[in-house]
Design a protein around this ligand. Structure first.
Ligand SMILES: Cc1cc2nc3c(=O)[nH]c(=O)nc-3n(C[C@H](O)[C@H](O)[C@H](O)COP(=O)(O)O)c2cc1C
Length: 195
């Protein structure tokens, strides 16, 4: 059975980004995939300390919840990440999570032994939701996701931006947004399976 790893960084349980993520994941489950959802806000981990210890073996020396994440990203068949916009970009929880992949950066560039090979053609998807209409905020977040994916050898296969949703549950009042996300999930899984 294939596994979709889903990253939910909002502190709001069942908030707008998590609701969209669940719709996307429902499509994967309907296609027979297993979904493993990580709630970053509930994890205990420190930000990267820039100690560079990972330059010798690609491993992070901080013994916290991130240690369970690395093998999951290495083993996943595909990845989907969501984020609420905060202060014009992706949220702090997700940025801190991404920065802890500095060990993967060292594995790829310093040691030339990446945990995921580029020719595996691993695919990822990004879903961003913000309160304001400004598209640039989601684009800022996307840029960081692109850098992250590049460093971990995943490809950004697609993205969805939802703007104008603020209150918890606002997205539930837009069945078309949910349907669009389900369809995107279906197409994404079909693409991954077809490659
Ligand atoms: C700390 C904080 C900062 C925010 N900054 C922005 C912002 O700069 N631009 C924006 O469009 N929305 C901003 N928002 C609104 C959220 O993006 C919006 O409420 C979103 O729907 C939350 O998604 P969630 O329910 O998944 O947490 C901010 C929310 C918080 C809590």
């Amino acid at each position: 059975m294939k596994t979709l790893l889903a990253i939910a960084p909002s502190p709001r349980r069942n908030g707008n980004s998590e609701t969209l993520l669940k719709e996307f994941c429902r499509a994967a489950e309907d296609a027979g995939w297993k979904v493993d959802m990580l709630r970053v806000n509930s994890m205990n981990f420190k930000p990267c300390q820039a100690c560079d210890a990972c330059a010798k073996d690609g491993k992070c020396i901080l013994k916290d919840d991130m240690q369970d994440v690395y093998p999951k990203v290495a083993a996943a068949d595909a990845l989907v990440i969501t984020s609420p916009v905060t202060f014009g970009s992706l949220n702090a929880q997700l940025k801190m999570f991404i920065d802890r992949f500095q060990c993967w950066w060292n594995a790829k560039y310093t040691l030339e032994k990446p945990f995921v090979r580029e020719d595996e053609n691993r695919q990822g998807f990004f879903i961003c939701v913000g309160a304001l209409q400004r598209k640039r905020y989601c684009e800022n977040a996307e840029e960081i996701i692109r850098v992250f994916f590049h460093n971990i050898n995943y490809k950004l296969a697609g993205k969805l931006f939802f703007r104008g949703y603020d209150e918890k549950g606002a997205i539930l009042e837009d069945p078309e947004a949910l349907a669009e996300t389900y369809r995107a999930g279906k197409d994404f899984i079909a693409t991954v399976e077809g490659q």
